[in-house]
Design a protein around this ligand. Structure first.
Ligand code: NAP
Length: 253
């Protein structure tokens, strides 16, 4: 794997963003003011929170498009700070950086680990999560974001509470589904109150890691509820930094 070879003013960073971690990293890079840097968002959210760096929005056009962009913009370093479940852009970044021999560092949230009192059912995909819910009707708190909701149409016997920042297409929803639009962070107390009020039997979550959405996991633990936990896709051998300082150290090495 290529190392961050240059330690001079010629660094031009592409920060693949779309997470609160990327936002914090953008602030740090902007504050240090030693690199030229541009952030990139997919454009999924109609009103994204502004980043501290100049920001481009929209896909690159696959690996080839990303390679073109990296060459055209004379990017020297790529930081992938996208969501752990954004597997496509991460794979594209890996392929493009490998082809151009550019250094790539992944800045990710450390996945959550179950505690003794947690009742997790760990699965590797949405479809496995659907299966894990079982045949008998249950009241399901679905907190996996907008994408992949349609998979739960395969289990129409359950009643779902879907919490999302922006609602999916109506055609993606399972038949019995209440949609709640909200952007975290949420407190443990609020999560407990919500799960009680909605008489939730089981929570479905991605193992996204980080503090911002962990309250629902604590709430489920406190209420003794099972959590179907979808594990993140593998990172394919790329170096992963879990802290901003580690990213900055890699950049400076
Ligand atoms: P994905 O499946 O990995 O990516 C699909 C396509 O979207 C990519 O091939 C790329 O298009 C474009 N794309 C994704 N991230 C981009 C970025 N930062 N800048 C420019 N283009 C980007 O990603 P996803 O799961 O749809 O997630 C999209 C964005 O939402 C990501 O930035 C991610 O951090 C954020 N997000 C995702 C989740 C989640 O659970 N998946 C949760 C919270 C936030 P081209 O091939 O055309 O370049």
């Amino acid at each position: 794997m290529p190392r961050f070879a240059r330690n001079d003013e010629s660094r031009r960073i592409l920060l693949l963003a779309g997470t609160s971690e990327a936002r914090a990293l953008a602030e740090r890079i902007a504050a240090e003011a030693r690199d030229e840097a541009i952030a990139s968002l997919a454009g999924r959210t109609s009103a994204p929170i502004a980043l501290a760096l100049p920001t481009r929005i929209g896909g690159f056009g696959g690996v080839e498009g990303l390679k073109r962009y990296l060459v055209d913009e004379r990017i020297t370093h790529v930081i992938d700070a996208t969501h752990p479940f954004a597997a496509q852009i991460s794979a594209n970044a890996q392929a493009a950086c490998a082809a151009l021999a550019l250094p790539l560092v992944v800045y990710a949230r450390e996945p959550w680990r179950p505690m003794a009192e947690d009742r997790w059912i760990e699965v590797d995909s949405n479809l496995e999560a659907v299966h894990a819910l079982g045949g008998a009707p249950r009241r399901v708190f679905l907190t996996i974001g907008r994408q992949g909701v349609a998979d739960f149409r395969g289990a129409p016997q359950h009643e779902y509470l879907l919490r999302v920042i922006e609602p999916p297409e109506a055609s993606d929803l399972p038949p019995k589904c209440e949609v709640m639009s909200a952007r975290g962070p949420f407190t443990r107390t609020d999560e407990i109150a919500l799960m009680r009020e909605k008489r939730i039997d089981v929570v479905v979550s991605k193992n996204s890691g980080g503090a911002l959405t962990y309250a629902k996991i604590e709430a489920a633990r406190e209420l003794g509820l099972p959590v179907v936990m979808i594990q993140p896709p593998p990172r394919g051998g790329v170096a992963v930094a879990y802290r901003i300082d580690a990213v900055m150290a890699l950049l400076a090495s």
